[in-house]
Ligand binder design. Structure first.
Ligand SMILES: CC(C)(COP(=O)(O)OP(=O)(O)OC[C@H]1O[C@@H](n2cnc3c(N)ncnc32)[C@H](O)[C@@H]1OP(=O)(O)O)[C@@H](O)C(=O)NCCC(=O)NCCS
Length: 181
């Protein structure tokens, strides 16, 4: 999916664009409390347009090199979420790691589920991947529900898997074999 997909309520999923830095800085600032429990600790600079401009440049370079693919959820000029396929490895693996979030003011409307479905389609058809993996904190039942609704199945618990909100935390890992779905 290199174009734009309508999700619902005027929100679209589209590839990250070079001029998204300011809208991303605003989105992360608005969602600072909403995302804190689920993400790595962020330095103060993370919330500035200049840091987001560097992140956008790095992500677009990684995309051009086939290492990841970044999308955003957009509501007009506002960014209201993102979905990334990270750490793409081809060869005999053809695997990527999925990460996503939705603006705290717009949760519970099916946006994450619709966006992840689109990205699974793009990962199969455009990126040529065989498998997507995702990890959720054990208590992130909303995210686990999104993954199950999109056809992901549980692999199991990985102890001390990621450094989230300042501590190495256990995660429930999921996978989706893309040819089956
Ligand atoms: C998790 C997140 C992406 C879900 O986004 P969303 O747009 O609200 O998701 P959807 O509306 O598509 O679906 C949410 C589903 O989870 C369910 N859900 C939400 N909170 C839940 C909870 N605490 N327990 C059980 N189910 C829950 C909803 O009922 C819905 O399922 P349903 O359609 O069967 O009713 C969003 O809350 C978020 O950004 N959270 C913070 C960041 C994060 O956790 N990212 C994922 C990291 S793995």
């Amino acid at each position: 999916m290199t174009g734009t997909a309508e999700l619902s309520g005027g929100v679209v999923l589209r590839p990250l664009a070079p001029d998204d830095a300011e809208a991303l800085a605003q989105a992360y600032t608005r969602n600072r409390d909403h995302l804190r429990r689920w993400e790595p600790r962020r330095a103060e600079e993370f919330f500035t347009t200049s840091t987001q401009a560097r992140r956008v440049r790095d992500m677009l370079q990684a995309r051009d090199e086939g290492r990841m693919f970044p999308w955003v959820l957009a509501d007009g000029d506002r960014i209201v979420g993102s979905v990334n396929v990270n750490d793409i490895v081809l060869g005999a693996f053809r695997n990527g790691h999925l990460g996503y979030w939705v603006d705290g003011a717009l949760t519970g409307r099916g946006l994450a589920t619709a966006a992840v479905r689109e990205v699974c389609r793009a990962a199969t058809e455009s990126l040529g991947l065989h498998r997507l993996q995702a990890g959720t904190l054990l208590g992130n039942h909303g995210s686990q529900r999104v993954l199950r609704k999109c056809g992901f199945t549980e692999i199991g618990v990985a102890a001390q898997y990621l450094l989230i909100d300042g501590a190495w935390r256990d995660h429930l890992l999921f996978q989706k074999i893309l040819h089956d779905g």
